[in-house]
Write a new protein. Structure first.
Ligand SMILES: [Zn+2]
Length: 271
């Protein structure tokens, strides 16, 4: 049983390492509910977790996580003592529900496409967190993010949940991208996390911009080739004007005067 559990963990850890660049030392975000469950099951997280994940582990919690335990008083005195031993990620926001606070941290720490492709994990302060919780709401929210390993306690032992369909789908996409020729991959690395964005970019580069600009300049000059209503209208107007000019020019002076009279009479007579 124990052997099987360990073997499973190894496979899952490999999955996250391979697909999301999450490697040791593993950063684990622990909340009060997980610490409490560990105490109930007499599990020493700091001792057990590195053995289970087969790698160095760094345990973290947040100001909001600690604050909630403090507020619960004697009920969460044990978990508070446990969490105080971990590295506190100082919250710059107003105290909030630890579920929202920890979820915020998870979102911040997710690898983007470029980092996952390069298998380098994170730069600077970004961390690829595991989440260790027994809160159903936080678990559910964590599952909505691809590439976030979820730890829980069952049968008196720490367990790593199987990757969600979302994580698997993302891993598959990343794998397909890895199989692309290197120049295509470079393009993706330059782009950001979302898969849709590079596509949009491609369209922009290939697309209408340069060509359409040229066309617009050329078409008015190329009269008569492929013409729209506007240029037809322009032609008609031009023809009319020309004809009128020609007619008037061809008439003898007497006739011109006669016509002028008629026009004037018509104009004055009407009023
Ligand atoms: Zn917080």
């Amino acid at each position: 049983m124990k052997h099987k559990r360990q073997k499973n963990a190894k496979r899952l850890v490999k999955f996250y390492a391979h697909n999301f660049g999450i490697t040791a030392p593993y950063n684990v975000l622990v909340d009060g509910t997980f610490a409490k469950q560990a105490l109930i099951n007499k599990i020493n997280i700091q001792e057990q977790l590195p053995k289970y994940l087969e790698g160095e582990v760094k345990l973290h919690t947040t100001t909001c996580g600690l604050y909630e335990c403090e507020q619960m008083g004697s009920l969460f005195y044990g978990p508070l003592k446990v969490l105080r031993q971990y590295k506190e990620l100082k919250c710059s926001h107003q105290p909030m529900n630890p579920v929202d606070c920890l979820f915020k941290q998870l979102k911040k720490g997710r690898p983007n496409t470029a980092q996952a492709l390069a298998g380098t994990g994170f730069k600077g302060r970004r961390m690829n967190f595991f989440i260790a919780t027994h809160d159903p709401t936080l678990s559910r929210k964590a599952r909505t993010l691809a590439g976030v390993p979820l730890l829980f306690i069952a049968n008196n032992a720490i367990c790593l949940e199987k990757p969600t369909d979302k994580s698997k789908a993302r891993a598959k996409k990343l794998l397909n991208e890895k199989l692309l020729p290197s120049h295509e991959r470079e393009k993706l690395k330059e782009g950001s996390a979302d898969e849709e964005e590079p596509k949009k970019k491609k369209k922009k580069i290939k697309g209408p911009n340069p060509l359409s600009c040229k066309k617009k300049k050329k078409t008015p000059a190329l009269h008569g080739v492929q013409h729209s209503e506007i240029s037809d209208g322009a032609k008609k107007r031009a023809r009319k004007r020309r004809r009128r000019g020609k007619d008037e020019a061809d008439l003898p002076d007497e006739e011109k005067q006669r016509l002028m009279k008629l026009v004037l009479e018509e104009a004055w007579g009407g009023s």
